[in-house]
Design a protein around this ligand. Structure first.
Ligand code: NAD
Ligand code: UDP
Length: 313
């Protein structure tokens, strides 16, 4: 394998830190760039002493000058509570961050991959969602800073490609979970596990009939790296686990696996919360030979183990 110089923006976050692990293990020279808004040094502290790993505090809304061969652009808060905390900053991160990584890719002729999202489909009117669907997004709601920011980022990627021949990859990530999610992240899997382990009420927003499809982090990182390293596949390409569950089913599964005495309580549903979500991954399977392998129960067990240790510490 040819050793590459790889930049991972958002590398100290949940997905970014797992990606850095694999890249460092493969021997690549990895620069992990992060402003530590939702990411933590702890997520990558085990890599600090590796000769082929470098941690860089930087905000991707500002230009960055480096010599690299590949860029994974993951910098952006992903949990609704965190991306809504400073909505304007979230848009800046997606839009100016995209301009900055694309400018860098253009200057040094690097390949650049954008971590886009199923949120570009909004509250979808087709099911499951395939890449040809243009989405149903509210442009002025509380999720719009994230959804529209990611949509503009995709536009910028294609415009830099058309105008400057930048070598781009776009993956649309569906709900992914696993170890190193922040315990206060606010996303549903970590919330339910932390609540169950702490014997607290499990908070379902709405009646719990809304659906999501949950992908384990190792599967997702495998797909991300396949996309980056494949020739002739630009995307956008969906990545996620097509097995769909209601949020109520997820809550019950977490209670069962943790043997928790927690009770389910129902809270109001945030506005614009998508009713259903399931990826059509035909493209990823055909073009990249990718298929997620970790079943929900198996992935939840590993995630529960991680949070149990974290809470014990
Ligand atoms: P995360 O919040 O754990 O990671 C995001 C990282 O980006 C953090 O380390 C954060 O500190 C960093 N960051 C935020 N703003 C920054 C800025 N301005 N400059 C530099 N660094 C910044 O979330 P994650 O789940 O690891 O998500 C990673 C990427 O994948 C995000 O772009 C997200 O939109 C995308 N994504 C994730 C999911 C998922 O289910 N995990 C789904 C769809 C898309
Ligand atoms: N959710 C919930 N309880 C929680 C956190 C989330 O019922 O404690 C719901 C949320 O309303 C949504 C689903 O779980 O319908 C997934 O939420 P998450 O924030 O994980 O991701 P997203 O909505 O961005 O898919």
């Amino acid at each position: 394998m040819i050793i590459k110089r790889v930049l991972v923006t958002g590398g100290a976050g949940f997905l970014g830190s797992h990606l850095c692990d694999v890249l460092v293990k493969q021997g690549h020279d990895v620069i992990c760039l992060d402003n530590f808004f939702t990411g933590r040094k702890k997520n990558v502290e085990h890599l600090i002493d590796s000769h082929n790993f470098e941690l860089m505090r930087h905000d991707i809304t500002m230009p960055v000058f480096l010599e690299v061969d590949q860029i994974y652009n993951l910098a952006c808060p992903a949990s609704p509570i965190h991306y809504q905390y400073n909505a304007v900053k979230t848009i800046k991160t997606s839009v100016m961050g995209a301009i900055n990584v694309l400018g860098l890719a253009k200057r040094v002729k690097a390949r650049v991959l954008q971590a886009s999202t199923s949120e570009v489909y909004g509250d979808p009117t087709i099911h499951p969602q395939n890449e040809a669907y243009w989405g149903n997004v509210n442009p002025i709601g509380i999720r719009s800073c994230y959804d529209e920011g990611k949509r503009v980022a995709e536009t910028l990627f294609f415009d830099y490609h058309r105008m400057n021949n930048v070598d781009i990859r776009i993956m649309r990530i569906f709900n992914t979970y696993g170890p190193r999610m922040h315990p206060d992240d606010g996303r549903v899997v970590s919330n339910f596990i932390v609540q169950a382990l702490g014997k607290k009420d499990i908070t379902i927003y709405g009646d719990g009939s809304q659906t999501r499809s949950f992908c384990y982090v190792d599967d997702l990182i495998d797909g991300m790296m396949r996309l980056m390293n494949a020739e002739g596949v630009q995307g956008p390409i969906n990545m996620g686990n097509p097995r769909e569950f209601t949020i109520k089913e997820l809550a019950e599964k977490v209670i069962e696996l943790t043997a928790s005495p927690s009770k389910i309580v129902y809270k109001s549903l945030p506005s614009d919360d998508p009713k259903q979500r399931r990826p059509d991954i035909t493209l990823a399977t055909e073009k990249l030979g990718w298929n997620p392998e970790v079943m929900l129960e198996q992935g939840l067990k590993k995630t529960i183990e991680y949070f149990s240790k974290l809470i014990d510490c």
